[in-house]
Design a protein around this ligand. Structure first.
Ligand SMILES: NC(=O)c1ccc[n+]([C@@H]2O[C@H](COP(=O)([O-])OP(=O)(O)OC[C@H]3O[C@@H](n4cnc5c(N)ncnc54)[C@H](O)[C@@H]3O)[C@@H](O)[C@H]2O)c1
Ligand SMILES: [Zn+2]
Ligand SMILES: [Zn+2]
Length: 379
C-alpha cells in the first residue's frame, strides 16, 4: 500500500500537466484559449510558470500563416516567469529562478558557435518534446517558446536568469522585440558615441532602437514614422533628438529632411524597423557615404529590395540584417534589466497595457490601431 502511494505520488510529480494556453488553430482564424498538455520535462527541459508575456507582431504573423504552415501554433514568446520543474540533467537553472525566455539558446557546437559567433548559432536549443492539445495533437510553439500559457516547456538554455526584482511584464519584453530593436542599434549597427542615427518605424522595435542609439551615445537620433503619435513618444520618452512625421511626405523629401538634420550628409547609421520597400529605400539613401544600414523589420515572403547596383557599390558602407538584434541573451538580458533598474534604459515604458490571457485576439486589433507599443498578458 505504502509502495503504491509512493508510485502515485511520483507519477503525479513526474507526469504531464493541463494548463490554459492561446492557440492559432487555422490560418487567419481568431485565436482561442484552450486546455493544453505540458509534458513532464525531458533531461534538459524546464517547465516555466509564466508571469507575463507580451503580444508581438510575430504572434499575429503566425496566426495569419505568414511565418510557416505548422498549425496549430501555441502563441506567445516575449515572456518572463519562474522555473517550476527541471529535467534530471538540468544545470543551467534551478526551481524558483526568475527567468526571461529566449529564442537563441546557443548550442556552443555548431559552425557559427565554433567560429566564435554564437549570435548566428544555427542549432539553438528547444524543448525535447511537444506540448499538445488534449487530443494529443502536437502544438508548434511560436519561436520555439509558446508562452501565452500558464506554463510552458522549454530547453534549459532558453531560460536566462535576471534580477528577480524586475517587473515580469517589462523584463519579458527583452525576450524578443525590444531586444531586437535595442540590439539593432547597439550590436548590429555598432552605434558609437557622437554618431548620428535615423530609425524608420516607431513601434516597440523601432523605439527600442531609438533608446538603444541614445544609450550608446549617439548625438543625433532622428525618429521617423507615418504616425505623429509615435513621433511624439519617440522624442518625449525614448531619447530621439528629432522626429519626422513622414505621412504626407515623398520618400525623397524624407531623405532630404534626414540629411538636413545630420549635417547635410546623412546619418552614420540608418535602421529600418518596418520591413517594407519604401522604408528600406529611405534608410539606404538617408545614410552618409559609407554609412551602415540595419534591417530589423522583417520582410514578407515575396518582397524585394530594389536598389541600383551602382548605388550599392558607389555609396559604400554596409547593409546588415539584425536577427534578434544580434543579441546574446545571457550577456544582454541581465545587463538591460540592470540598466533599466538604474534608470538608464526605459524598459517599463514599452508596457502600454496589461491584459488577461483571453484578450490576445483583442490585443491584435489594438496593435493594428497603433495605440500601443506592447499589450502584455499577466497571469
Ligand atoms: N529582426 C528581429 O529579430 C525582429 C524581432 C521582432 C520584431 N521584428 C520586426 O520588426 C518590425 C517592427 O515590429 P513592431 O513590433 O515595432 O511593429 P509595429 O507595428 O508596432 O510598428 C511598426 C511601425 O512602423 C510604422 N510605419 C508603417 N509604415 C511606415 C512607413 N512607410 N514609414 C515609416 N513608418 C511606418 C507604423 O506606424 C508603426 O509605428 C516588424 O517587421 C517585426 O516583425 C524583428
Ligand atoms: Zn551554435
Ligand atoms: Zn516577438
Amino acid at each position: 500500500m505504502a509502495v503504491n502511494e509512493n508510485l502515485n505520488e511520483n507519477n503525479s510529480q513526474q507526469g504531464s500537466e493541463v494548463v490554459r494556453g492561446v492557440i492559432a488553430r487555422a490560418k487567419g482564424e481568431p485565436v482561442e484559449t484552450v486546455n493544453i498538455v505540458v509534458p513532464a520535462p525531458g533531461e534538459h527541459d524546464v517547465v516555466v510558470k509564466i508571469q507575463a508575456c507580451g503580444v508581438c507582431h510575430t504572434d499575429l504573423a503566425y496566426r495569419d500563416g505568414d511565418i510557416e504552415d505548422a498549425f496549430p501554433f501555441l502563441l506567445g514568446h516575449e515572456a518572463a516567469g519562474v522555473v517550476e520543474r527541471v529535467g534530471d540533467a538540468v544545470t543551467h537553472v534551478e526551481v524558483g529562478d526568475f527567468v526571461v525566455l529566449n529564442w537563441r539558446a546557443v548550442c556552443g557546437e555548431c559552425r557559427a558557435c565554433k567560429k566564435g559567433e554564437p549570435k548566428y548559432c544555427f542549432n539553438t536549443h528547444n524543448a525535447s518534446q511537444s506540448m499538445t492539445l488534449d487530443d494529443d495533437t502536437p502544438l508548434t510553439p511560436a519561436l520555439g517558446i509558446g508562452s501565452f500559457a500558464e506554463k510552458t516547456l522549454v530547453h534549459e538554455k532558453q531560460c536566462t536568469k535576471v534580477d528577480p526584482e524586475a517587473d515580469p511584464a517589462a523584463a519579458g519584453l527583452l525576450g524578443c522585440g525590444i531586444m531586437a530593436g535595442l540590439g539593432a542599434a547597439v550590436n548590429t549597427g555598432e552605434v558609437q558615441r557622437g554618431e548620428s542615427v535615423v530609425v524608420f518605424g516607431l513601434g516597440g522595435v523601432g523605439l527600442a532602437a531609438v533608446a538603444g542609439a541614445a544609450l550608446a551615445g549617439a548625438s543625433t537620433v532622428v525618429a521617423v514614422d507615418v504616425d505623429k503619435r509615435k513621433c511624439d513618444v519617440a522624442t518625449e520618452k525614448f531619447g530621439a533628438t528629432h522626429a519626422i512625421c513622414s505621412k504626407d511626405m515623398s520618400e525623397d523629401d524624407v531623405i532630404e529632411a534626414v540629411r538636413e538634420l545630420t549635417g547635410g550628409f546623412g546619418a552614420d547609421v540608418a535602421i529600418d524597423a518596418v520591413g517594407i520597400q519604401p522604408t528600406w529605400r529611405q534608410a539606404f539613401y538617408s545614410r552618409d557615404h559609407a554609412g551602415r544600414m540595419v534591417m530589423v523589420g522583417v520582410p514578407n515572403l515575396t518582397d524585394h529590395v530594389d536598389i541600383p547596383a551602382i548605388d550599392l557599390y558607389g555609396r559604400g558602407g554596409s547593409i546588415k540584417p539584425a536577427w534578434y538584434g544580434d543579441c546574446l541573451p545571457e550577456r544582454d538580458f541581465p545587463a538591460y534589466v540592470a540598466l533599466s533598474k538604474a534608470g538608464n534604459f526605459p524598459l517599463d515604458k514599452f508596457v502600454s497595457e496589461r491584459i488577461a490571457l483571453d484578450d490576445v485576439e483583442q490585443a491584435f486589433t489594438t496593435m493594428k490601431s497603433g495605440k500601443v507599443l506592447r499589450s502584455v498578458v499577466e497571469f
